[in-house]
Design a protein around this ligand. Structure first.
Ligand SMILES: [Zn+2]
Length: 311
């Protein structure tokens, strides 16, 4: 975000003529001015290549990940995780589409990973869902999402079936909350309930979960199986209100936050439509280097086992 600061001007009072001339000068850039204050003039920290856990691509189209790879090179993203939506370009509905999808990801193995998607009502039993998820795991899926729970409460029985199945197979679930998806009331008790019911299922919070920041903070502290991704406009809107709080929040939850943008096929080729604040916001909080490392990639490496895979 451009930060133009109008400094207090120097007043030049010419008594003889009775004229007052106010000179308004722009602030010098931080590195040229006197020592910067930590809160408003951060130094540029050492760049850390991102792992972005939240992007969407046309995964079932031939060459559908090429735009993703271009965007990664442009934005210092070393690895990313693509999640399907209930959308004909991003989720495979037929075996033919699935074959194209798998071929796309095979080409970018170790750089672009994928989540799989099962939706409420897709399966009548946990066992049937488990069978499907096991196939997805064999074919490289590393998480389940983006879980929308459209027109349902967060802990609707159809959603619980998904959490039960994902817990059984060990897949983290990335969920979206808004006014008509995975709905919650003030305090988000339904999220607490699911976290307690499936303690071995790791959940990754996204979207309006962030709007209830006090409870979001509490839940991250309280539940070992809860993570949060930093993607989407809502995260910047909420955290940018008070950067001192945001800094303390990031330090307090340094083992639970996952860098993400929510870029997609609508934005990969258009920088103007990208989440421009995201790539710099956390640098601007002047976080300790080890905290930045964890948030930008370390937590994702651990949660998704990326390091073990490389060895
Ligand atoms: Zn998304």
């Amino acid at each position: 975000m451009a930060r133009s600061i109008i400094s207090a001007g120097r007043f030049c009072l010419l008594l003889g003529l009775g004229l007052v001339v106010a000179t308004i000068t722009r602030a010098e850039p931080p590195d040229a001015a006197s020592a910067p204050k930590p809160s408003d003039a951060p130094q540029s920290p050492r760049p850390i290549p991102f792992i972005d856990v939240h992007v969407h691509a046309f995964s079932i189209k031939e060459g559908g990940l090429e735009d993703v790879a271009k965007w990664m090179a442009d934005r210092n993203v070393e690895r990313c995780i693509v999640s399907p939506l209930n959308h004909k370009g991003s989720r495979a509905y037929t075996e033919e589409e699935r074959a194209t999808l798998l071929a796309n990801f095979a080409k970018y193995k170790g750089r672009i990973d994928r989540m799989c998607l099962i939706e409420p009502g897709d399966f009548d039993t946990v066992d049937a869902a488990v069978e499907r998820l096991q196939r997805e795991i064999r074919d490289g899926a590393i998480a389940m999402g983006e879980h929308y729970g459209r027109d349902m409460m967060f802990d609707d029985p159809k959603n619980l079936l998904i959490y039960a199945a994902c817990e059984k197979v060990g897949l983290p679930v990335m969920f979206h909350i808004d006014e008509n998806k995975n709905m919650v009331e003030k305090g988000m008790a339904r999220v607490d309930r699911v976290l307690d019911m499936y303690p071995k299922c790791n959940l990754i919070a996204h979207a309006y979960w962030w709007r209830q920041l006090k409870d979001a903070d509490r839940q991250l502290q309280q539940h070992p199986n809860l993570y949060a991704d930093l993607s989407g406009h809502v995260v910047f809107d909420v955290l940018n209100r008070d950067r001192d709080f945001a800094r303390a929040f990031c330090i307090r939850n340094q083992d639970k936050l996952l860098f993400g943008t929510d870029e997609g096929w609508w934005s990969f080729n258009d920088r103007k439509r990208q989440m421009n604040t995201h790539y710099t916001f956390f640098d601007e909080l002047n976080l300790p280097d080890d905290v930045r490392y964890k948030i930008y990639r370390g937590n994702a490496e651990k949660l998704f086992g990326f390091k073990a895979e490389k060895n």
